[in-house]
Every structure is written in structure tokens, then in C-alpha cells.
Ligand binder design. Structure first.
Ligand SMILES: [Zn+2]
Length: 262
């Protein structure tokens, strides 16, 4: 077993700081990506790099001192400095999760290429989970490159043998697409999107086919638990499965690495 190890406190801090900053960028992706990729109607929110960060309520540009992950949110008590509109708690939450993803990747893989790949996998899942929560879509602009990245990483057997990754991508896609088609046939409407199938394909491309049953089970259990806790489990409403799959995918890939399976 490769028990998680923090190689060096200073290097762990560097990973944490980098993760927080990337989390801050992921907030931009979550806010602007859906309009950029045509998934939502309405205002044009700009590209991922321009304009500079602005307040969604009053459109005032945010000065550099207002862009420090988590700290700025706390200092401003969650309000815009210009118009005092409430800032969504999503901003500090995504920043904190970005920091956690980077720390977890380094703890599971040390300072190696694998840690970088794990972090990139985690950051992509983080953006996907929040975009799905806000829009109900898992954009191809993230899922398709993620499938390619997983296959690319395992072409060098970074996590699993290449054949396991290819079977993982194909089986992940086929399993959920099969469920979606069967559901549509039985109920005459969409219950699950093709985005979920592409997401599970990406998870299979990174972690190999052997982890897929655990990912689907943990993702479904987590989704149901959240729905029951929030009492939104109206069984006729489709539950967004993406966020649960994202969380389960990252945690199961990390666990497989820490416990040296397969
Ligand atoms: Zn404002």
C-alpha cells in the first residue's frame, strides 16, 4: 500500500497555493464556459481569458486585491466591494476544493508526473460537477479532451495498462449510454444525458475498467443520499448524476492508487 505521504511541508504549501489559484480560474470556467459553449441562453460572458474578472451583478472589474482565493471573500464578508451584492458561496467553495484536489494528488503520488495528471483530472471533474449543477449539462469541451488525456496518460501506463484504459473508456460510455437508451424506451423521455456516458468514459480512461462498478455505485449512492437529505427526491424528476460521478470518480481513482489496485 502506498500510504499517502506529504513529501515536504513547503512543497505541500506550494501545491495548496497552486490548487487554490487554479480553483479561482475554475470559477471563471464554470461561470463563462456554459455561455461560451452555447449551453445557456442569454448574456455573452466573454472568453475564459477576457474580459478581466468582473462582478456578475454590477459588472465592475475586480481589482487584483479582490482576487485572492478565499481570503478576499472572507475580508469582503461575501459581498461585492462596488455594489455590495452577495457573492455566491460557490466561489470560495470551488477555490477550497481546488486546493484539496492539488494536496490529495501530491499526497497520493508524491512529486511525480502522475500527481500532475491526477490534479488535472481532479480540476476537470471539479469544473464539470459545478457546471452540471448550474446548467444540467456536462460540456463536450471538457469531457472529450478528458477522455483523450486519460488515454494519453495511460499510453505510458501512468495509472493502468493502456488496454485497461481503452476498455474502461468504451465500457464506461456503453454502460451509461445503454441505461439512457433503455430508460428512454421504457419511459418515453430522457432520464440521463449522453454527457454522463462521456464523463464515465473519461473516468474509465484514467482509472481503467476495473474501477467502473465502484464509481457507478458510489456515485449513485452519493446522489441519492444528497437528494434524500435535501428532500428533493421527487422520483419523477431526473437527478443530476454528474456531480456524484465526478466526486466518486476522483475518490475511487485516488483510492485505487493509494491501495495499489489493480
Ligand atoms: Zn458588484
Amino acid at each position: 500500500m502506498n500510504f499517502p505521504q506529504f513529501p515536504h511541508p513547503v512543497l505541500s504549501l506550494v501545491a495548496l497555493a497552486g490548487g487554490l489559484l487554479i480553483g479561482s480560474f475554475l470559477n471563471v470556467v464554470i461561470h463563462r464556459g456554459p455561455s461560451l459553449w452555447g449551453l445557456v441562453e442569454g448574456e455573452n460572458r466573454g472568453t475564459l481569458v477576457s474580459p478581466r474578472s468582473y462582478c456578475p451583478a454590477c459588472k465592475a472589474p475586480i481589482p487584483a486585491s479582490g482576487l485572492i482565493p478565499i481570503v478576499s471573500f472572507l475580508l469582503q464578508r461575501g459581498r461585492c466591494r462596488n455594489c455590495a451584492a452577495m457573492i455566491s458561496p460557490r466561489y470560495p467553495i470551488v477555490e477550497a476544493l481546488g486546493g484539496l484536489v492539488a494536496l490529495t494528488a501530491v499526497a497520493a503520488s508524491g512529486w511525480a508526473l502522475a500527481a500532475l495528471a491526477l490534479a488535472a483530472f481532479g480540476f476537470s471533474l471539479l469544473a464539470l460537477a459545478f457546471i452540471d449543477l448550474e446548467t444540467g449539462y456536462l460540456p463536450d469541451a471538457i469531457t472529450l479532451p478528458l477522455i483523450a488525456a486519460g488515454l494519453g496518460a495511460n499510453a505510458f501506463a501512468l495509472f493502468v495498462p493502456f488496454t485497461d484504459a481503452v476498455i474502461g473508456a468504451a465500457a464506461g460510455y456503453a454502460a451509461l449510454q445503454g441505461v439512457a437508451l433503455a430508460y428512454k424506451r421504457l419511459r418515453g423521455r430522457d432520464g440521463m444525458g449522453e454527457g454522463d456516458a462521456k464523463l464515465l468514459a473519461a473516468i474509465g480512461a484514467f482509472g481503467g475498467w476495473t474501477i467502473l462498478p465502484f464509481v457507478v455505485f458510489a456515485g449513485a449512492a452519493g446522489t441519492l443520499a444528497v437528494a434524500i437529505l435535501r428532500k428533493t427526491a421527487a422520483l419523477n424528476e431526473p437527478l443530476p448524476f454528474g456531480p456524484g460521478l465526478c466526486a466518486a470518480g476522483f475518490l475511487v481513482v485516488i483510492a485505487a492508487r493509494v491501495f495499489n489496485v489493480p
